[in-house]
Design a protein around this ligand. Sequence first.
Ligand code: 0PR
Length: 396
Amino acid sequence: MNSNSEEIPQWIYDDLFRHLSADFDYKKGNVLSSTCTSPHQLAIKLFQTFIDRNLGDPSLFPGAKEIEHRAIRVLGDLLHLPEQGTGFFLTGGSESNITALWAARNKFKKEKGHEALHDAEILAPASVHLSVDKAADLMGITLKKIPVDTNYRMDIKALEQEISEKTVAIVAVAGTTLLGSVDPIAEIGRLAQEHDIWLHVDAALGGLILPFYKAVGRQEILFDFKIDGVSSLTVDPHKFGRIPIPAGVLLYRDRSLLKNVEFYLPYLGEQARYQHTLTGTRTGASAIAFYGLWKHLGFQGYVHIVQAVLENTQFLAENFERLHFRLKLSPPPMNIIGVNAPPQYKVENIYKALWKNRWAVSLVNDVLRVVIMPATKRKHLETFLSVLQTILRNQN
Ligand code: 0PR
């Protein structure tokens, strides 16, 4: 049981394991509620090897800083970031979204004056992740939620009506948390440019899935810096990128935008004089693990991961339909499936029975939500379907 017995004293391991054995193990394939997954073995090794590297102090760790720079360039190339763009490895999607909106807020303040902040607004779709609610709350800015259309994408007409002098930023989502829908970002980008408003794209989920659509034979979806109006973008390597937690990335279209969140540190070495992130100390191992894994897998390696996951999503979606579940979005835009149960069943009972059988799924109002990640293979989904069928039989 204890694979590290030579390093961890048995009694400590046993004490910890008493509690930790309650946890789910992604590798068992029964986690269908989470946008995280088991990290890649090479990423784990790299993370462990370079665990002490602190990106917050480039005077001590110029090497780690250089790797972060290269890792940002890899992601930048994938997401059409212009040459003058920049970015950082942070703790995850929440910190990235909060930081981007903090920079947008400071730019707005600089241009319109402190007074203008009183009735300032952030516009985001009703489907936006709660980290944006947190950002607005922290900054004391009103978050106006824009309705979504029948495809669960931000309604462009409704957005246009809400844009005003008060708009600090627009947030659009590339892969919503509940259904994986992608907002019409090209159109939103045009509006943002026309009105000179900061557009932040939350691609925490979609940022490492959508860039591979063309390569897997799907229709390309525009969502990144290819769209001129996009100012900043969040992408999370600790989700689909198979990097250990914590690894979120924030990209800025232009490094001049950093001026909005620049702080001076008088007491560290020359290279560490300016900070542009919320935390000082930052995990270098995340950037190193991402860069190393990208070298190992390459674009094609990620294409294979995305392809397998999308095929599994399609397989499960078809089987849900065969069992008379109704898909909220057909076909699912990414790796997330939302379904309504057939009318003769109570969805809460199905949900509870699945958990009782140790299948982790989500329930959002009357929608059963299933996320397919790389750790869940076809054989796991076949077992899931047979458990689901048994549950349905027993409920009738
Ligand atoms: N943006 C989007 C679109 C997200 O879905 C998430 C998190 C975030 C931002 C925030 O990212 P961090 O959680 O990295 O700060 N989405 C998942 C969710 O809320 C987070 C999660 C992951 C929850 C794994 C549970 C879990 O097991 O569902």
